[in-house]
Structure formats: C-alpha cells, structure tokens
Design a protein around this ligand. Sequence first.
Ligand code: NAD
Length: 491
Amino acid sequence: MRSELYIDGKWRPSSDGRTFDVVNPATEEVIHKVAAATAEDVDVAVKSARRAFDKDGWPKLSGAQRAKYLRAIAQGIRARQAEIARLEVIDNGKPFPEADWDVADAAGCFDFYAGLAEQLDNNPEEPIALPDARFTSKAVKEPIGVAGAIIPWNYPLLMAAWKVAPALAAGCTVVLKPAEVTSLTALELAAIADDVGLPAGVLNIVTGAGSVAGQAIIDHREVDKLAFTGSGPVGSKIMAAAARDIKRISLELGGKSPFVVFDDADIEEAVEWIMFGIFWNQGQVCSATSRVLVQDGIYDRLLARLVEETKKIRIGNGLEDGVLLGPLVSKRQHQQVVAAIEAAKAAGATVACGGKRPDGFETGYYLEPTVLTDVPLESDAWREEIFGPVVCIRPFSTEEEAIDLANDSRFGLAAAVMSRDDRRAERVAAVFRAGIVWINCSQPTFTEAPWGGYKESGIGRELGRWGLENYLETKQITRFATGEKWGWYIK
Ligand code: NAD
C-alpha cells in the first residue's frame, strides 16, 4: 500500500509530515496511514502539472502517442486487477465482485479514451464555410490546460479513471485529489502511471482533506479546469471558486432518482432491478433509483416480493464469498444514513424491512438494506439524497401522476421506467427531466454513453466523446486569404 503523495513523478511525504488514518469499514481497524497534503504540496503539484503542460510538451504529443500511455495504464490496471480490487474492498467496504467490476471498468475507461485520443489526430481540424470568399476558417480543438480533479469515495478508482483518462487523452495535465476516506487505489493508479513511464508532472495525486488539499486546488490560479464529483454543497463551493477566475468546470453531483414501474411489468424482473438500483454499492451511488413508484395494480404484490428478497441479501465483509452488501464507507456515513431513517420514521414513514444495524454485526459500519413505505412527499426521506441502502416506495395510479411525481425534484441525474409497452416506456423516458434514463433496468453504465445530470445534479457530461469535450477548448483560426487590400483606413 502506498502512503505518499505522487508529485512531479516522485513519491514524497506531505510538507508538514502529517498523515491521516485509513480505516477498514468492515472491521473499523486502522489499516494504514497516508500523507495529508498541505496547500504548499498542492502548489508544487499544480506547478509541476503547469510545467508539464506549458513546457514539457504533453499537449504537443500526438493523440496516438498519448494513447500509448493510456493503453499501458489500462494494461497495468488489468495486470493487478484482483489486488487493486481487494484494496478497494478494504478501503471502501464494497463486495469484492463489485470492486472487481469497477477495476475492470476503470481499465476499460483508459482504453476507450486511448481510442478517442487517436481519433483527435485523424480529425484535428474542422473547416468552417464562411459567407465571404476572401476568408477561410477552421476550428481546432486544444486541451484546456491543467485540470484539478476532485472525486468522492463511492467508486474510488473508477471516478479517478473517469477524470484522468479523458483529461490525459485530451492533452491536459492533472492534479487529482481522492476522497479522504478512500485514498488507496488512486495512489496505485499513480504507481501504474509511473511504471509505464508517464512523463513527470502529467499526473499528480494529492491525498488529503477536502478543506485543505481540495480547497487549495480549487483556489489555485494556475488551475484551468475543475472537474468534480461529489455532494451538492461542495459543488456549489467549487462553482463559486471557479467564478473568481473563470475556470472551466464540470460537476457531477447528487440525485434522488425515480424508478417508475407500470403494472404490465414482470414483478420478478422489477424487484431485481429495483434492488440493483438501490442496494448495489450499499446504495452509495449518485444515480441510485431511491424513489420507486409502482402502479397500484401490482403495488402490494411487488412490495411483498421486494421485502422478501431484500431480507435475503447476504450482508458481510466484502472479502467473503457470496456477500452482496458490505458496510457503509465510514462511521460518519453510517451515522448520517441511520439519522435519515430515524427522521423518515419521525415524519411518518413505515419501515417495511431493515432500518437498523444487522444482528451479529456489532463492529463495522453495517446497515440492513431498508425499504420505507408511507414516506410523505414533503419529507427529506422522499426529497433528499440518503446515499445508503434505503429505498422509498409508493403507489401511483396514472402515467401522468407517475411523471409528475418523478419529475418533482430539484435533482435530475437519473430516472428509470419499466413496462412491457415499449411505446409507453419511450414516452415516459422522453419526459423525464434527467440526464440518464434507463428503460427496463437501472444502473448499467457504459463508458461510451454520456453521464451527468439536469438541474442541481450537475453541469456538463462525463464519459463518451462528451467526456473528452470536458477537457478541450475550441479555437477558430481564420485567414484573410486573398492578396487584396482591406481598404478601410488606408485606401
Ligand atoms: P463530498 O462533496 O463531501 O466530497 C467529494 C470530494 O470533495 C472529496 O474528495 C472531498 O475531500 C472534496 N471536498 C470537500 N470539501 C471540499 C472543498 N471545500 N474544496 C474542495 N474539495 C472539497 O462528497 P462525498 O461525501 O465524498 O460523496 C458523496 C456525494 O457525491 C453524494 O452526494 C453523491 O451523490 C455524490 N456523487 C455524485 C456522483 C455523480 O456522478 N454525479 C458520483 C459519486 C458521488
């Protein structure tokens, strides 16, 4: 396990020598310590990224040359997939098969953006047709510069990949800060980048507190772009910080995503996808479909099956075979989710199952998967993100009512609909006010497709070609292409 900052191609302790604890959420044991970056460390990291961008030529490499590094990083991740997945489990708590999937996806993300980097070479200039024949014009794409990337703890390596891969493909250099509760795999990413010979300064990883290292990144005048995934309140701070010197930003924030199930849906399939939509990763998923709306014809039967299956979910240490629900990521997160369940009960909600620490799990941040009914529409449980394995479910009668309830949220990250009637599913998908819509499923995510939210769920899109655009500027180059005189002042 790495414990130092990775800055300018070197491992180093923080400038004041401070570290912070890495806690295994399944055992509550301190398993490691990592460096807590200071503002001074961040400054050194940004300056090295600046130099790598301005002087050392990373953006001047061809896309194909950058792609080679990205593919080598993908290979490096795959070569250590099981080991890295294990680190993710002891750091984040998620079950090993989920971590293994994340690590494979992270490698796939680097490969995907390697492909897009190569395409930048094939398609570097876009001619622009002008109405004045004396001029020719073209648009070119160029990297924005130094990207400051700040990520959350729910998919530690994957979130790093979603930012680092497109940024490097575009020709940007990066200073990345992982969440303080999950630093380990980002440091392994740095080690892999180092092994493949990524030039010094192109990728810098600074572990540490949001209020210190994160704040230093967002305040730094030499950072050109901020790419953030995390909570709404921190997203607002980042937007405000970016406003001071007009930094480019992309924000991927929270959600309270609806899942509408019509009564022609197969109940077993619906229960499966509802569970996948809220219990995967202990519900600590920004796009979790945490508000389930079920048409009244099947509501009672579906709820009974959901409760029955939810009670069967095997809870335990993510390293044990067969475990499908691990502990929450931290004590703080556990306390917050328990408090949200208590507040829901106080507001009138009924706990259909779960709602407490599971029996026999006195240690570890474990929580039973929880189904809440009778959740008042104005309560926080219905409106605010809980970010835990807690689903609110309620009946509806008509399509119109379902759409109104689904869209009645300040968030707009994701939404899902289930029906055997394709036309109805398409109709509902078209009116959801959300950036990601699933039909007859919930959560499958592909590197090729755009990811991001409407409303307070964020700005910009990650993944796919949209993810690359996040790190590119557009420049027009217009030429006065005749030998004629312009003749305005000088006749
Ligand atoms: P958070 O906002 O508290 O922290 C996210 C990151 O921001 C961390 O690295 C943290 O250290 C850093 N940070 C905190 N204060 C900062 C500051 N003042 N300046 C700069 N950086 C600062 O969120 P979290 O608790 O880590 O993650 C959970 C939240 O993230 C949830 O709300 C969830 O919905 C959201 N999320 C969204 C997506 C998405 O793709 N939209 C994905 C995952 C998580």
